[in-house]
Design a protein around this ligand. Structure first.
Ligand SMILES: Nc1nc2c(ncn2[C@@H]2O[C@H](COP(=O)(O)OP(=O)(O)O)[C@@H](O)[C@H]2O)c(=O)[nH]1
Ligand SMILES: [Mg+2]
Length: 216
């Protein structure tokens, strides 16, 4: 579960004018998009690449089946510059999405290996509730006893018959409140297709990971 303790986020700010030579440290994090097949992980990934293209360190890659589904994974590295406690850090973030296809379950564990943070992407299609639950259970099992933070997003809020946020939370066993005490959402309502809340959700997780890393 994401860290709900009160934290001093004002001690962190993002700077864009830092070079590798004059920073106090370089840190690398790995963020994984997790969720059932077709819930919108690759679409989130595309929106992030558009938003942060000027911070991209690597050329990204996506390996797909002929039907356009993720066969192996999508992956890209970004660098973000943070000022933390008056020190300057470059944070290199690897973002990967894993395939939701059952026959590649073993590759999902490989993709999750070494993850610092996970963004769970649920599907608002009511027919997908069992897949959502199964994938969420897998995530809970995987992160149990590990230092991995995660945030939950419910994608495809534009669907006419979208499941209600409350019902989704109930089905997944999440608190019914909108937000945790630190102001982060229990579930982020997202329309990845239109880029709505994609960056917000991602930034919140990065912030949680940084706060946890530096014990702020
Ligand atoms: N209506 C709607 N469709 C979406 C949204 N996000 C993704 N999709 C569609 O869902 C399908 C699967 O998306 P994809 O990102 O490949 O899912 P992945 O298997 O989790 O990587 C594609 O047809 C997307 O266009 C959304 O916010 N709303
Ligand atoms: Mg995909």
């Amino acid at each position: 579960m994401i860290n709900s303790k009160q934290t001093n986020k004002s001690r962190i700010n993002v700077s864009n004018t830092l070079s590798f030579n004059d920073c106090d440290g370089i840190i690398q994090f790995k963020i994984v998009y997790w969720g059932p097949g077709e819930s919108g992980k690759t679409t989130n990934f595309m929106r992030l690449k558009e938003k942060f293209h000027f911070m991209k360190l690597s050329s990204s890659f996506s390996i797909e089946t002929t039907e356009g589904r993720t066969l192996w994974q999508d992956s890209v590295f970004f660098s973000f510059k943070f000022n933390i406690n008056e020190k300057k850090y470059i944070i290199i973030t690897q973002i990967v999405t894993c395939t939701g296809q059952e026959r590649f379950l073993s590759t999902r564990e490989y993709v999750l290996e070494g993850a610092d943070g996970i963004i769970y992407v649920g599907d608002s299609n009511p027919d997908m509730i069992e897949q959502n639950k199964r994938s969420f259970r897998e995530l809970i099992n995987f992160t149990k006893n590990k230092d991995i933070l995660y945030v939950v997003q419910l994608n495809k809020r534009d669907l006419e018959n979208a499941i209600s946020m409350l019902d989704f939370k109930k089905q997944l066993g999440l608190p019914r409140e909108d937000k945790y005490p630190d102001g982060s959402y229990v579930v982020y309502p997202v329309i990845a297709l239109e880029g709505i809340n994609v960056v917000n959700c991602f930034q919140n997780l990065i912030l949680q990971v940084v706060i946890e890393y530096f014990k702020l």
